[in-house]
Ligand binder design. Structure first.
Ligand SMILES: Cc1cc2nc3c(=O)[nH]c(=O)nc-3n(C[C@H](O)[C@H](O)[C@H](O)COP(=O)(O)OP(=O)(O)OC[C@H]3O[C@@H](n4cnc5c(N)ncnc54)[C@H](O)[C@@H]3O)c2cc1C
Length: 510
């Protein structure tokens, strides 16, 4: 008998899942064993590499996948906790009489590629009945390996380059619609499921008690489909007029948790939502009327994502600030733990920065322009800290944490990459109504919610409360320096100094 072990890592869904489709369509696969492996010991605070909201989201994804595999395909998701080689070894004996193919999604992340290598060396080469296959286009639209390996490939630097790549691959850009991999009957009833036992097996009931409070974003394919319907499919005007740089960073009026953009990133990064399905949903809507185009449109956002996946594969040391062809080696300052902690915990004394970081800490999400503001502040704007410090915080805490995309965006914002915004365009961390950070300043609801110390402050001073006269601070019940921190840095002086340092660093590189 030939068994396909389908290892879910970054495609936590049944719809449009090329790995599952491969298993179902492959003539000589008779049985399917779906597995999920929690890598590390977890507790209420998360673990070493994954913060509590990200982990909670991941748990929701596994729970939902477990339910959907059972109800739609009559398959039991086997859930393990521990080292992947030990887990696979523990089930290999029970699969001894079978020919086993281990299927995973293609990935560019070092964690996944390292795991693949270890498995190749420790399982595949030592068990004659095992083989492994990684299936392309699960996380991305493009076949990353094929594009990067083609003689025509040049690392993309801009949206124009990406439109060119898409046109070359798929034809007339305006009319691109993708075929998706759906498991409709009779395909879905063709294979049988399999059951194995292992000492590494764990259950959802064992892990669930770690997660007592629900996150704002609930993980899972089912939630992803509902959000896609509510924020995209039923919102034709919204999709047609989508203009990312104009979106409000301080969330929806009346709901300080809900993004003005789609809020689909956690579902896309965990693979609960197929990126092709999002693309097609937008294409269908756009076909009937005038619409925005890349880089500002929703298709544009997807292209940015594809661009970072290509670059993450074709750039050695993509996540390093040294030996990375997409990163100018700027002479950043020594690690300043005090400032970094203040930034991470939302205690900088700059309410907009603090509100954004506190939202990240409380939910695992932040609007794109909020990410612009806090990353600029940490690096070339105010604190002159190496971008990789901020990248690490985001990687651990974001519910949409994605190695290719996170590094790409930090490179962009730090001003060090060929595709970066100009380094001298620095955001004011105390934005006003005219700021390109698109902040709601009249009622300043977002700040009042996330920085409750300032809840009674007049809007006029709330973005720079240290400038408020003492009697105003007193009547708002918040003394700056006592109830809320004074600014940890002089924003104007640091801006000036950092601009000079950046310029000097660039000159030294020539
Ligand atoms: C410093 C920094 C770090 C970031 N780290 C991540 C990360 O780890 N994971 C992540 O998914 N996004 C990251 N982003 C990109 C972006 O902020 C989020 O994808 C976006 O805010 C998610 O919100 P949304 O789903 O409402 O986006 P929408 O505007 O609704 O866009 C739809 C989808 O397009 C993709 N997308 C949008 N913007 C970008 C972008 N700039 N780059 C790549 N893909 C994009 C996402 O999958 C998103 O869900 C980062 C941005 C910055 C500035």
């Amino acid at each position: 008998m030939r068994v396909a072990v389908v290892w879910f890592r970054n495609s936590m869904r049944i719809h449009d899942n090329p790995v599952l489709s491969w298993a179902y369509e492959s003539e000589n696969v008779e049985a399917i064993l779906p597995i999920y492996i929690f890598a590390e010991e977890t507790n209420q605070g998360g673990n070493q590499t994954i913060g509590k909201h990200r982990l909670r989201f991941q748990f929701d994804c596994v729970e939902d996948l477990h339910k959907n595999l059972k109800s739609e395909l009559d398959l039991d998701l086997h859930i393990f906790s521990g080292d992947c080689v030990a887990v696979l070894e523990s089930i290999s004996e029970q699969l001894q009489p079978c020919e086993v193919i281990l299927l995973t999604e293609y990935s560019t992340s070092p964690l996944d590629t390292e795991q693949n290598e270890i498995i190749e060396n420790n399982i595949i080469t030592t068990h004659q009945n095992w083989s492994a296959k990684s299936i392309p286009c699960s996380q991305t639209i493009l076949d990353v390996e094929a594009i990067v390996g083609s003689p025509k490939y040049k690392p993309p630097k801009s949206m124009k380059d990406m439109v060119r790549i898409f046109t070359r691959e798929f034809g007339d850009f305006e009319n691109i619609v993708f075929q998706t991999n759906e498991l409709n009957p009779p395909l879905s009833s063709r294979k049988k499921g399999l059951t194995v036992n292992s000492q590494y097996q764990t259950s959802l009931d064992k892990i669930r008690p770690f997660f007592t409070s629900p996150g704002y974003f609930r993980g899972g394919e089912s939630e992803a489909i509902v959000r896609l319907e509510n924020k995209v499919i039923s919102q034709h005007d919204y999709v047609n007029s989508f203009n990312k740089p104009k979106s409000i960073s301080t969330n929806v009026k009346g709901n300080p948790f809900e993004p003005t953009t789609t809020g689909l990133s956690p579902y896309i990064s965990t693979g609960c939502l197929s990126i092709r399905r999002l693309w097609n949903s937008c294409s269908e809507i756009q076909q009937s009327s005038e619409h925005t185009v890349p880089p500002v449109s929703l298709h544009g956002q997807i292209l940015f994502r594809e661009m970072f996946y290509l670059l993450s594969r074709s750039t050695a040391n993509w996540d390093q600030d040294i030996g990375n062809s997409q990163c100018k080696e700027i002479e950043w300052g020594e690690l300043n733990r005090v400032q970094l902690d203040a930034w991470e915990s939302g205690q900088t004394g700059f309410p907009f920065i603090d509100a954004m970081m506190r939202q990240l800490n409380a939910t695992g999400w932040m609007h794109h322009l909020g990410r612009h503001a806090v990353s600029c502040f940490l690096t070339r704007g105010q604190l002159w800290q190496n971008w990789t410090h901020g990248r690490d915080v985001f990687e651990r805490k974001l519910v949409d944490s994605d190695w290719a995309v996170n590094n790409g965006n930090w490179l962009w914002l730090a001003g060090v990459a060929p595709f970066s915004m100009p380094y001298y365009r620095i955001y004011n961390p105390c934005p006003d109504a005219k700021s390109s950070l698109n902040v709601e300043t009249k009622d300043a609801e977002f700040i009042r919610h996330w920085v409750p110390e300032l809840a009674e402050f007049p809007s006029k001073y709330i973005f720079e409360p240290n400038l408020a006269p003492l009697h105003i601070q007193e009547s708002a019940g918040c003394l700056i320096g006592k109830d809320y921190p004074s600014p940890i840095i002089d924003r104007k002086e640091s801006r000036k100094k950092n601009l000079q340092s950046f310029k000097l660093s660039l000159e030294n590189l020539r």
